[in-house]
Design a protein around this ligand. Sequence first.
Ligand code: FES
Length: 105
Amino acid sequence: SKIKFIEANGTEHVVEAREGQSVMQSAMDNLVPGIVAECGGFANCATCHVYVDQAWSARLPPPEESETAMIDCAFHVQPNSRLSCQLKVTPALAGLVVRLPISQT
Ligand code: FES
């Protein structure tokens, strides 16, 4: 599945994501700048924070409590903020577009 990451400065990165991995992992594997993922994917750091494009928000499973709690600790939070380590790549998400915050701190 292809996922498009758009940096805060508008630079786009289209990556090939493997099903079953997280959106965060697909960014890391493809060296997309702007995802730090300090905790390695355990919803424990909020440095994998992304904004999910509106068209896609409703197609994602809602955040679990641990994700919601950690988003409260993220910077530059918006209503469509999610933790990319908690978003699993599925066929339904082919073409997903996420934007990156100006920074993760
Ligand atoms: Fe730490 Fe997602 S990688 S919360």
